[in-house]
Design a protein around this ligand. Structure first.
Ligand code: GAR
Length: 195
């Protein structure tokens, strides 16, 4: 069985959806950098062990409590970034090649990079008068919000849309697609049967 760790920083609607609905792997750990994040409560409710970590623990593999060591101890096969806002260090990308995926609330390569998360993305999209936006699911490489795209879906922006309605429409699409896209990718990567 493919053992999955989810990284999340905030609300955690995607993390919860993945925990509930993935069939080609089991989420065994949720890692979070923000002690106030609601995702911690969601994970506890779903009986998924949670770990809070600092930037040093993420970035320094020789740290006593390094995230890299923790993932290895838990024999993690695959990592999902579900609303995680820090950059993943290169040693982790080397340790899990093509095995870290991220979801981004825009049509990458546009509207990605540092500072481009959540409502900041939707405001920028609207300010630039874009006609469409959408979601991107991609493999994580050393560049922020960059890497091979495994799924992208767009929708039209209406004149009545605001950053708030865009955010709702993005979340709806993410809820609909993320588990299935990850399941299809896991199936092809590990050839595990469904649980
Ligand atoms: C999601 O919309 C995700 O695409 C976005 O954060 C939100 C998290 O929502 N990710 C990024 O902006 C990454 N750059 P959630 O905590 O409810 O899953």
């Amino acid at each position: 069985m493919t053992r999955i760790a989810i990284f999340a920083s905030g609300n955690g609607s995607n993390a919860e959806n993945l925990i509930r609905n993935l069939t080609h792997g089991r989420v065994v750990l949720l890692l979070c950098n923000n002690p106030q994040a609601y995702v911690l409560q969601r994970a506890k409710r779903l009986h998924i062990p949670t770990v809070l970590f600092s930037k040093e623990e993420l970035e320094d593999p020789s740290h006593e409590y390094s995230v890299l060591k923790l993932l290895k101890t838990h024999k993690i096969d695959f990592i999902i970034l579900a609303g995680f806002l820090w950059k993943i260090p290169e040693d982790m990308i080397r340790a899990w090649p093509k095995k870290i995926v991220n979801i981004h609330p825009a049509l990458l390569p546009k509207y990605g990079g540092p500072g481009m998360y959540g409502d900041h993305v939707h405001k920028a999209v609207m300010e630039n008068g874009e006609k469409e936006t959408g979601i991107t699911i991609h493999i994580v490489d050393p560049q922020y919000d960059h890497g091979h795209i495994i799924y992208q879906e767009s929708f039209q922006i209406y004149s009545s849309d605001t950053p708030k309605t865009i955010a709702l429409r993005i979340h709806f699409l993410e809820q609909l697609r993320f588990p299935k896209v990850v399941d299809d990718y896991l199936k092809q990567l590990f050839k595990d049967p469904a649980v």
